[in-house]
Design a protein around this ligand. Sequence first.
Ligand code: AMP
Ligand code: FE
Ligand code: FE
Ligand code: ZN
Length: 277
Amino acid sequence: MMIADLHMHTTASDGVMSPEALVEYAVSRGVTHMAVTDHDTLAGADALRGRATPIPVIPGVELSMADMHGLHLLGYGMADAQELRDTLEKLARHRLTRAEQMVEKLDQLGFPIDYGALAAQAKGTVGRPHIAREMAKNGYVSNPEEAFRRYIGDNGPAYVAARRLTMAEAIPLLRRSGFVPVLAHPAEVTQHHLTLRTLLDKWAGLGLMGVEAYHPANQKMGCANIDRMARGMGLIVTGGSDYHMAGDRHGLPGCMACRWPNCEADVNRLLEAIHQL
Ligand code: AMP
Ligand code: FE
Ligand code: FE
Ligand code: ZN
């Protein structure tokens, strides 16, 4: 039986495990097929490329979109993707500047953070979870979740938006680069089925190829409902835990597989699409 997890983060972005350790951990939890999808970088996936891993690892990336709050786009592919890499590099560089700006705002609020410690913790792209963990380490909040709730959440006093692409830019960019574009955690965008359907129609028109129906955040809408909608539109269905670290709001490796009835056929469909791009 296939147990797939196509959405996980490593220390190349805001996860806590190295790519190598993540594979071991996923295998220990029964995962048989996985993808590494770090924010704005292929570094996590690259670390495993050409290596003899105990299970197949699909290279991936997760991009934050400018169009709407909570809108993230996953890309899966095996091509060299130079144009995509150039764009990712710019986004990653901007993330450093943005982290610096957030550290400055926190300083003004009376929560000094050593930017050096932050940059050292972030081995790849820097994100808010790094800042949240640093705040908890300094005793400013009792846990990273509280840092988001009080200071660095999207409406928080120390929040600075990261530079983001639009769907109209990112979907064609991924496809030109040999990467299959998949909408991440749709329930983070909208929990209304009709709204989702309208959005999917629009994005499918731009070349969107798949929808992550099986994600912890989707459970409030019903993963099976999203699956049915996506499949009915001819889109590829995917799933993953969005694992970053234990005890946060995301899941653990492999946690969605038992809810994903057509896992094997869907993963094979994704692989075929990657090879055909
Ligand atoms: P960034 O891409 O730097 O804006 O950070 C977004 C990331 O922060 C997401 O991918 C999650 O990993 C994490 N995140 C966002 N909101 C929360 C929250 N309320 N609690 C914990 N982690 C969060
Ligand atoms: Fe994240
Ligand atoms: Fe996401
Ligand atoms: Zn993610």
